[in-house]
Structures are given as structure tokens and as C-alpha cells.
Design a protein around this ligand. Sequence first.
Ligand SMILES: [Zn+2]
Ligand SMILES: [Zn+2]
Length: 181
Amino acid sequence: MLFAHDTDCSLIAAAALVNTAGRDGEGLPDVTALAEFFTAHGWTGRHERTEAELTSVRELRPRLRRVWYADEDEVVTIVNGLLRESAALPQLIRHDDEPYHLHAVPRDAPLATRMAVEAAMALADLVRTGELSRLRTCDHPDCDNVLVDLSKNRSRRFCDAGCGNRAAVTAYRARKAAARP
Ligand SMILES: [Zn+2]
Ligand SMILES: [Zn+2]
């Protein structure tokens, strides 16, 4: 584990959220899709299942995506902005089966606010540890998904959407074609 457990989870969830607006079209087409995303990423607390909630979650994505392309100062501006707007107040809390971790807004704050603040808190860890280079985009030429490289040797190249397999198949075919007499 590279960072605190909640930081790792928050970074992965932030990347996944950004990628719902990625190369495969709208990944959050309706409130049901958001409910599935909510469960898949272990979200708890307030969840309205309304169009308004869906819209505000979608609107967060381009702001978070910018972090992947920003330099350090710009990341800091975005992170501070998100924390300030949400009136973040970090508190260690324990709920469900999770160990103590940080929440910076109440659990009944709107989902998009909590997503923004969790991402911002995790990004603050990356800035403080000088690890912003962990935020990368997928190496596959047809893919602009973002990823978080949490591997020890910084070896992660592809996103979770099957690009690693696609690249392997392409390389295999190229090798076979080259070997043909
Ligand atoms: Zn929690
Ligand atoms: Zn990809």
C-alpha cells in the first residue's frame, strides 16, 4: 500500500468517475447507473437517486479530469477550491466495517460534494508526498482514460477498460505478421 487505505480508494474512485465520461460514451446515463457506481466504489451515506444528484456528479467530472493534466500549482488551486467550496472540515470517523479514516464533510452532504471532497483530500496527499506523477493517462493510442498508478515500480501503463489486453493482442498480431515468410 502506497498511501493510507482511504487515499488509495479515493484516488481509484476519482479516476473511475472521470472515466465514466471517457471513450465509451456516457458511463452514467441514468440514476440507476449512478447507483451501481455508488455501490461498486463502496460509497455510503446520502444517496438521493435523483436527476439533480446525477447532474451534479456528472458536472464534477471535467473538474477532476483537469487534475490529470495540470501541473502542481494548478492541482493545488483545484484542490483548495474544492475543499473551500465544500467547507471541508477533516474529521476521523469510523462507520460500517471500516477502520478510522478521514471525512471532511458530513455523511448527509450531497453525493457530488462528498465525491469532490474525498478526491481533493486524496489529491492533497499526492501533492504533499510529491507523488502527482502517479496520475497518468492510458498509454493506448485510442484511449484517453485516466489512471492512478499505485504500483511499487510505477509500471502501470493501461487503464482498467481492457486496453492492456487490446495492446497485447495488437503486439501479438504484429509479431505473427512479422514472422510470416
Ligand atoms: Zn467513510
Ligand atoms: Zn485505456
